[in-house]
Write a protein that binds this ligand. Structure first.
Ligand code: NAP
Ligand code: G4F
Length: 354
């Protein structure tokens, strides 16, 4: 590792965005460090292709055990890594689950952010170097939207424990910038997806089902509110905006979005059509997936990011849907091959025993 390389520390490195951001930073010559939670099963599948061994001098992604609910651990990592940039992506990020786990969601999303901010502030002071900070704010903060489209000045009206926690983390970041002069920026990112999206978020749930239904491995897809509308972009495009924010002389807050909104129903239509199927024959609703309070629509205006960061979304929702369906069709084929091979072995064994 070159001692001149910039060092970045990512919380939430094992998640969708953490994996794309790691790849981007490594391609820019950074030495990337990530915080990983200890788990009884492997949780690094999204970054296994890029991680390295701490003893390998060529390693570009180095992992540290930790958790954003643990201040002492954050402080120790901050001093060990001495980063130039910190990206706080860690969160219990599922809105529906936040109604089931409100206290843990507040712990990881709201208190987690302030614990990371405090460790950055303290490390910056004691190490005598500037540490730039990125907070993963969310369009979910707009909730019951007060204007359409939403921009940086639109008032927040969160509709879930997750949204409420993100508002806290957002204002804490603004406050640290204003109180301590921390170079701290918030990206207010609208929904962004990819083939690496968690399988319980609606886009991935749909594309996984399309792959399986096409190959005869699943009959039906049960969803909640089909009329909800979202401004869906590609995660690979959005992590570039995170990095751009930290390269600016002044820290600030930016909406990152595509400026186009479609419904869950329309997303289903796009995905099923990609494999020549009619979504209406396969999609059914199940009230289990409704939320106590719903965010009916989100549509972003990213004019400020275009003007100040020179950032622009490159992937349309149609391209995104096709990319995800194609990847999940391949995944389903691999699953089917394995399943069929398993059946073949089973029937061979049966024949052998009788
Ligand atoms: P994700 O796939 O759910 O990843 C979340 C990451 O946070 C995972 O690495 C997870 O670790 C980690 N994590 C959870 N609790 C933690 C804790 N207590 N301590 C340390 N790490 C913890 O989410 P994402 O889609 O990549 O989103 C990244 C960030 O952007 C999140 O803060 C999310 O709320 C925010 N955001 C996302 C979107 C979007 O549309 N994707 C939009 C706006 C904002 P495990 O792998 O061990 O679970
Ligand atoms: O895919 P979703 O679960 O994403 P949601 O709630 O918009 O949250 C995501 O985006 C936020 C940015 O605005 C992030 F901050 C957050 O971390 C997360 O990444 O649901 C999208 C919409 C909702 O209206 C939901 O009610 O789809 C609707 N939906 C309908 N059926 C469903 C389902 N959502 C899920 N997860 N599962 C369903 O079966």
């Amino acid at each position: 590792m070159s001692s001149k390389a910039k060092r970045a520390l990512i919380t939430g490195v094992t998640g969708q965005d953490g994996s794309y951001l790691s790849e981007l930073l490594i391609s820019k010559g950074y030495e990337v460090h990530g915080i990983v939670r200890r788990s009884s099963s492997f949780n690094t599948s999204r970054i296994d292709n890029i991680r390295g061994d701490v003893r390998d001098p060529r390693a570009k992604l180095l992992l540290h055990y930790g958790d954003v609910t643990d201040s002492a651990n954050l402080s120790a990592i901050m001093h060990r890594v001495q980063p130039d940039e910190v990206y706080n992506l860690a969160a219990q990020s599922h809105v529906r689950v936040s109604f089931d786990m409100p206290v843990y969601t507040v712990d990881s999303v709201a208190f987690g952010a302030i614990k990371v901010l405090e460790s950055v502030r303290e490390a910056q002071q004691s190490l005598g170097k500037q540490i730039r900070f990125y907070q993963a704010s969310s369009s979910e903060m707009f909730g019951k939207v007060m204007e359409v489209p939403q921009k940086e000045t639109t008032p927040f009206y969160p509709r879930s424990p997750y949204g409420v926690s993100k508002v806290f983390a957002h204002w804490a970041t603004v406050n640290y910038r204003e109180s301590y002069g921390l170079h701290a920026s918030c990206g207010i990112l609208f929904n962004h997806e990819s083939p690496r999206r968690g399988e319980t978020f609606v886009t991935r749930k749909i594309t996984r089902a399309v792959g399986r239904i096409k190959l005869g491995m699943q009959d039906k897809l049960f969803l909640g509110n089909l009329d909800a509308q979202r401004d869906w972009g590609f995660a690979g495009d959005y992590v570039e905006a995170m990095w751009l924010m930290l390269q600016r002389a002044e820290a600030d807050d930016y909406v990152i979005s595509t400026g186009k909104m479609i419904s869950v129903r329309e997303f289903c239509r796009l995905c099923f059509e990609r494999v020549g199927l009619d979504y209406q024959k396969y999609v059914a609703t199940d009230p289990r997936y409704f939320r106590p309070a719903e965010v009916e629509q989100l549509l972003g205006d990213c004019t400020k990011a275009k003007q100040k960061l020179g950032w622009t979304p490159r992937t349309s929702v149609e391209m995104l849907a096709h990319m995800m369906v194609d990847a999940d069709l391949e995944l389903a084929k691999r699953e089917k091959t394995l399943r069929d091979a398993g059946h073949a072995v089973e029937s061979e064994e049966r024949e052998h025993h009788h």
